[in-house]
Design a protein around this ligand. Structure first.
Ligand code: AG3
Length: 291
């Protein structure tokens, strides 16, 4: 998972480029008109760019977190299937996701009484509040409870069976977020979930980072009794297809409440009952490797 910045000035037009490299030979390049902010925090370097056509682009340590144009593809995919697999998601915990996009999607669900967001890096929230209003607006909802702190510790200290849904909206499984993809954290999540609770996490790109995708799904399977990997088109990330997994202590992850799903479909940008069903389909080579 190598990322590096390649920035050059085009001689004929006034834009630079930023490339996130997916592997040795393939990258995704953005036309950048200006750098809005670049800050180095104790956790990461955060760059916020403006692009020629895709709105603002948020980059952490050279990995794209979101573009304003495509962010809903990722946030819809992470949130709605897990929320709808859980019969009554009253208490929802989000680890990471300081931009507010995941929180915004969670709050579409009228069952939610508390959506607690634990983000380690206050600067991510500050940048979202200053520059990414379509996501940061979620913080104005009275059900939102923002905590700046260590999500791992928060989950470790949580009361047993105290959360209906736990969503992990983290950076990639290499670098500072690596512990959020390991057994001790997954065990703590399991303990913190109610009996019919559901967790969802991103598990990297199923093609460029297939080894990560497969390892993470298999790791989840050693801990949770039900695990379903799924994928979704996310054009702003390497390959344009991103991997996710939902997991539970037994709660069915594929059958979702039709009535609630129909309601959610009225307001989402991408998620539908059809995309939900399709998201579990895996290409044959990947199905074989998943076993
Ligand atoms: N969460 C990070 C998804 C992984 C992106 N990886 C990459 N570009 N290599 C994004 C935060 C959005 N709320």
């Amino acid at each position: 998972m190598s990322q590096e910045t390649s920035s050059h000035m085009d001689p004929t037009e006034s834009w630079h480029s930023f490339t996130e490299w997916s592997d040795k030979s393939v990258g995704l390049t953005w036309k950048i008109t200006r750098m809005i902010e670049s800050v180095t925090t104790p956790y990461q370097r955060i760059d916020l760019f403006d692009t020629v056509g895709d709105g603002k682009l948020l980059v952490h340590d050279n990995a794209v977190m979101l573009s304003e144009r495509f962010e809903s593809q990722y946030h819809d995919a992470l949130v709605h299937s897990a929320m709808l697999a859980c019969p009554n998601p009253r208490r929802v915990l989000i680890i990471g996701g300081g931009d507010g996009g995941t929180l915004r999607e969670v709050l579409r669900h009228s069952e939610v009484e508390v959506a607690c967001q634990v983000e380690i890096d206050a600067e991510v929230v500050r940048i979202a509040k200053d520059h990414l209003p379509t996501m940061a607006i979620a913080y104005d909802d009275p059900r939102a409870d923002l905590i700046i702190g260590d999500g791992m510790k928060f989950v470790g200290d949580a009361e047993p069976a105290s959360w209906d849904v736990i969503l992990i909206d983290s950076t990639d499984p290499i670098g500072p977020a690596a512990p959020l993809f390991e057994e001790p954290f997954y065990n703590d999540i399991k303990a913190a979930l109610t009996d019919d609770g559901v967790m969802a996490t991103q598990v990297a790109c199923p093609t460029f980072y297939a080894d990560y995708f497969i390892t993470l799904v298999k790791r989840l399977e050693t801990i949770f009794s039900m695990v379903r990997p799924y994928t979704s088109p996310v054009q702003m990330y390497p390959s344009g297809v991103w991997g996710f997994a939902v997991a539970s202590k037994g709660q069915d992850l594929v059958q979702i409440d039709e009535k609630r799903a129909a309601l959610i479909e009225e307001s989402t940008t991408n998620w539908t009952r059809e995309t939900h069903k399709a998201s579990f389909a895996m290409p044959n080579w990947l199905r074989r490797r998943l076993g």
